[in-house]
Design a protein around this ligand. Sequence first.
Ligand SMILES: NC(=O)c1ccc[n+]([C@@H]2O[C@H](COP(=O)([O-])OP(=O)(O)OC[C@H]3O[C@@H](n4cnc5c(N)ncnc54)[C@H](O)[C@@H]3O)[C@@H](O)[C@H]2O)c1
Length: 409
Amino acid sequence: MGYIGLPTATMFSCYGHKVIGVDVNEKVVNNINKGKIIIEEPNLEELVEDVVKKGNLIASISPKESDVFIISVPTPIKDDKTSDMSYVISATKSIIKYLKEGNIVVLESTSPVGTTEEVVKPIIEESGLKVGRDIMLGYCPERVIPGKIIYELKNNDRVIGGIDKKSAEEIRKIYKTIVDGNIYLTDCKTAELCKLMENTYRDVNIALSNELLLICDKLNINVWEVIEYSNKHPRVNLHTPGPGVGGHCLAVDPWFIIEKEPELSNIIKSSRLLNDSMPEYVYNKIDKILQKDKSKKITILGITYKANTDDMRESPIIKLIDKLLKNNYNVKVFDPYIKDFQINCQSILEACKDSDLLILGVNHDYFKNLPLDEIKTTMKGNLILDIRNFLDKEEVEKSGFIYKLLGSN
Ligand SMILES: NC(=O)c1ccc[n+]([C@@H]2O[C@H](COP(=O)([O-])OP(=O)(O)OC[C@H]3O[C@@H](n4cnc5c(N)ncnc54)[C@H](O)[C@@H]3O)[C@@H](O)[C@H]2O)c1
């Protein structure tokens, strides 16, 4: 019942299915049964409240008998960058004793190629039932974006991989009750790799732009101009460079491909490593701007992994902050979406007090109209480093700042 499982369960409930929403976290279960949610997602709480009231969604700490079982548990990476499949394994084990002939099992968690057939199938067969004959099994990945999950669950196209044709067809019938987009049927491995490749495509393209940023920096060319004008070509779409790639998808999923085929995943791996190295690059930039004077105070606006979200998972700004603190810089931050980060201040001005360098870390809409004159009076120094190409150079300079932009030397 996380970011994916809960909206999915809610959608099925909205369309008249009776859904049991299982989660091992008691707090999640108790809240759902009160019609409340603990994740940030627009419009979701109203829907949950409604379906819980109607009795279509009931949360539970353990599974019960059902016609369809959908598994949507976390699939993180371990420190050695290999996949941690323990949640998928324990969730699959937890349904064994409730399975009966004719049931459908669907894995939704983003997983390495082969997981449905090689990990989930053997566990299901511990029940004594045979996949393909007694149980239908498949893989149906999710491609929603946080903030628009409800809309995208309904409207995005879906790919379903079945362990056999019948499984794929039956799973399609279930999803068709909530999905307006096209549904494409294939085998499990193809569907698993599609999901991984979608995020890898984006990670690799961001790496390409980050590489361009490094080249531009060396050649004293403005990377943002190069990208803007190159993208006037009708078949070119250079992505946005920046301080690195965060989140639990783009920074994680490519490793599942690398894990499976390390010898062949050269572009994927070097992209991942390049994106992971960007916080260090930004750190070196800051070090240069401040001439390695560790007595300087730095203010960072925004710490989440991307704009207009409260999600800090794998955030490159957190990595940058860690590096700055480890090197004894005095750092204060402000992020309007975050409450419980130890160096987060209550306001922009509080964070800027006596600061020597202001860094625009995340392009939250909240930072669109910064009170530049007040910030200037509050700060000790007059340097602004924009690592997102977000601020208006002229406006910033009008308030007496020296404006520096990542990727334009
Ligand atoms: N969040 C996204 O935007 C997104 C998008 C596409 C795919 N995915 C994939 O979907 C999967 C789920 O991601 P998420 O963001 O929803 O994760 P999440 O951490 O928000 O939620 C997972 C939930 O599963 C629960 N859980 C763990 N083990 C369990 C078990 N054995 N039985 C029952 N519940 C258990 C946890 O308590 C948690 O509430 C992951 O594989 C992720 O990569 C996520």
